[in-house]
Design a binder for this molecule. Sequence first.
Ligand code: NAI
Ligand code: MG
Length: 372
Amino acid sequence: MAKYRIALMPGDGIGNDVMDAAKIVLDKIALDAEYIPADIGWEFWRTEGEALPERTLATLESCDCALFAAITSKPKEEAEAELIPELKGTGLVYRSPIVRLRQRFDLYTNLRPCKAFKGNPLNYRDDIDMVVFRENTQGLYAGVEFHPLPAEVRAALEAHSPNMAAFSGVSSDDIAVSTRIFTREGCQRIVRVAFEYAKKFGYPTVTLVEKANVIRETSGLMVREARKIAAEYPGIELWETNVDAMVMWMVKNPQDYGVLVSSNMFGDIISDLAAQLVGGLGFAASGNIGDRLAIFEPTHGSAPKYAGLYKVNPAAMLLATKLMLDWLGETETAQVLQQAIADVIAEGKARTYDMGGDSGTLDVARAVAERL
Ligand code: NAI
Ligand code: MG
């Protein structure tokens, strides 16, 4: 029996292109692993009414971790319209499979390293090395939402918050509410993994990105818990920032920041900004990490217009593979892979269109594999 069981979920569009790139590299690495293909994505929504079939969940239950590429998601009405005729009007509601995976397997940490590789013409600066920790299961993306606003919910809100008076003249049909739920434990564990990472890799600061002066209860809870945890790490300073100011600082002085930690939506936003500073979506990898299972992915989507053209940059997918190796404890192999990616970027011969080159996705993957 192989040492690891790893699920491979290519998904939709360029997800397939970049997964093929990852396979070239994985073949070369020859990890003692069994790779199990698993279904996820738009085609399964259209034909089965389920973008994340039960069989895929069962596969994941039996795996150590997964590599996932990208899927297509569409708004509610469009999703319903694309169902096969037999499934139309049956009350199926599309929900993001990624969000569901995060909740189902309690993948509470979203890790997004954003490091500038030397020689990348897309770098905003060459000295950027930020690592964003985004809370991955709670907050605004937890899916506790209402429209129209049910009468009982409205009554409860009115009974408990005088600020509801601002909406007193508005019909419940015309009110949409998305809740932002944080738990104390949710705040504690994401801040703790950020501090642990800073300690392990020698970062002097952890920057908490919230908005506690306005969102007093949720962001406030995060700040209060972060202060308690920071006290356990005397060598590491906690910097508290507001998200709006932070995006400004990230453009002005990104080199000043190391580890950042934030809640779900703010973390999503700042990690896309951080990614753009080091070359954009083609370079942004992430890990969705829980206590038992972890799923690694490039942060880009399925980019339908490039699907199947083998044009897009596989770097993000290969860096996701590197994060997976780290998580499995294959740290040496992970380091070798990162160095091979860095060397190919620095050499500048195999480059996809986003870097001004004309190499294909698989050319870059082969160039990386040759250096392993
Ligand atoms: P996207 O990330 O798919 O593509 C946006 C643009 O970024 C592309 O047109 C391309 O110019 C560039 N790009 C993306 N990946 C690249 C790569 N590896 N190399 C070079 N350039 C790259 O985002 P978009 O267009 O907003 O969404 C397309 C679909 O993907 C939607 O259905 C969306 O819901 C879904 N999506 C899925 C995600 C996931 O699977 N985790 C994340 C984001 C979007
Ligand atoms: Mg995103």
